[in-house]
Design a protein around this ligand. Structure first.
Ligand code: HEC
Length: 111
């Protein structure tokens, strides 16, 4: 009985960990608001990436001002949702609309 539960739990969790991320597509269809995006960025991202997007070299927090323009919208949204390395996942903390707003703000500020 316990094995069945464990198997079911793994099956339920697996899609969230896969590379294909249905939430990313949903978010990319929303239109983002840069003013709300700035608020959400300042509250959730600036502690590491800095308000001006310059990051922190000594702590290995990348500069979004330098890197964001080299990444696709889907890459940025997926990093926000799933996290990467020392960056936490924001899936549980941000709504789809807030992620779309942050993407719009990043594009407006740093290309
Ligand atoms: C606790 C610090 C921290 C916070 C908070 C944080 N990040 Fe990150 N972020 C990182 C680190 C570290 C990486 C590099 C991850 C790696 O490649 O190993 C990163 C990578 C990225 C990347 C990919 C850029 C690149 O050059 O690899 C983007 C885009 C990004 N973060 C955006 C955001 C956004 C938007 C938020 C707010 C929703 C945010 N981050 C919050 C630490 C943070």
């Amino acid at each position: 009985m316990r094995r069945i539960f464990i198997a079911a739990a793994i099956l339920t969790v697996a899609p969230a960990c896969s590379e294909e991320n249905p939430d990313t597509d949903t978010i990319l269809e929303l239109s983002g608001d840069t003013a709300n995006g700035k608020l959400a960025y300042d509250n959730n991202c600036a502690s590491c990436h800095m308000a001006d997007g310059s990051g922190n070299d000594s702590l290995n927090y990348p500069s979004l001002a330098e890197h964001a323009s080299k990444e696709s919208d889907a890459e940025i949204v997926t990093v926000i949702l799933d996290g990467e390395g020392a960056m936490p996942s924001f899936r549980a903390n941000l709504s789809d609309q807030e992620v779309a707003d942050i993407l719009a703000y990043i594009r407006a500020e740093w290309g």
